[in-house]
Design a protein around this ligand. Structure first.
Ligand code: CIR
Length: 256
């Protein structure tokens, strides 16, 4: 959870065509841009260098950069998104990661699909949730690519009907995970300290610990108060527009 860099991408006007499980209305670009600027400023306030890439009109969901790559201290792995409309976003990200890391590895198997939103990196392991976007082949290929960097990969399950594994959980520090009760009940976090978000605030489970701060979506006061009581420094960021597209705090950046 200590990072020196982040990469974000501005949302494009085509964001109104972004993927969503349930249509709850069109996202408002101006409001999303204001939330995005607040998000970027908050990451920068921790001292990190934050690169903001230009909008990509051809890819409505490209503001959700997290799904395009996995960034580890030793190197980056370019993903193969399972959503056909998002496949091309990975290649758009690759040169930026090559510039920062020197080289990158890539998920290349035609049958392999994996999105960064399904991957939670703790201090000791990489957890990958199988989901509608991430399959066994993608997970197996990732495991092979990061083994010589010393990272064990453990396959877990994304709850049914939930977009990504990390829609329902986040790392708060070296040993603590914030989770929805429906995910933690699966037992996948045995050995970690787990804080469950209160019932009715499931959407607050997608937070990020970024250096000294925990960025949470605004509008979930019981989760905020629980985190404050646990001693975390919390910053609430507006997420109303990204939420219409099933996006949250983690989706908006690559962190390394
Ligand atoms: C999608 O369905 O792919 C986007 N509308 C939302 C992606 C959210 N990304 C993430 O959770 N990492």
């Amino acid at each position: 959870f200590r990072f020196s860099h982040a990469i974000c991408r501005l949302p494009a006007a085509s964001i109104t065509h972004g993927l969503r499980a349930v249509d709850t209305g069109s996202p408002d670009l101006a409001v999303m841009l204001a939330h995005h600027a607040d998000y970027v400023a908050t990451l920068r306030a921790t001292g990190a260098k934050v690169t903001v890439l230009p909008a990509l009109t051809d890819y409505p969901d490209s503001v959700f950069v997290e799904d395009t790559a996995l960034c580890l201290p030793q190197g980056a792995v370019i993903m193969r998104p399972g959503a056909p409309t998002r496949l091309g976003e990975a290649a758009e990200m690759a040169p930026h990661l090559v510039a920062l890391y020197g080289s990158v590895r890539s998920i290349a198997g035609q049958a392999s699909h994996i999105e960064g939103g399904d991957i939670l990196v703790t201090e000791t392991e990489v957890l990958v949730g199988r989901s509608a976007r991430t399959n066994a082949q993608g997970i197996a290929e990732l495991a092979g690519l990061v083994a010589d960097w010393g990272w064990p990969v453990r396959e877990v399950h994304t709850p049914p009907g939930v977009l990504h594994f990390k829609t329902d959980c986040s790392l708060l520090d070296g040993e603590t995970i914030l989770s929805t009760p429906r995910l933690s009940a699966s037992g996948c976090f045995a050995g970690y300290r787990v804080l469950d978000v209160p019932e009715g605030e499931e959407a607050a489970a997608n937070t990020i610990r970024f250096n000294d701060l925990v960025l949470t979506p605004a509008g979930f006061p019981r989760t905020r108060d629980m985190l404050l009581r646990a001693g975390y420094q919390v910053r609430e960021i507006g997420n109303s527009e990204c939420a219409k597209l099933d996006g949250g705090m983690s989706c908006l950046s690559l962190r390394f």
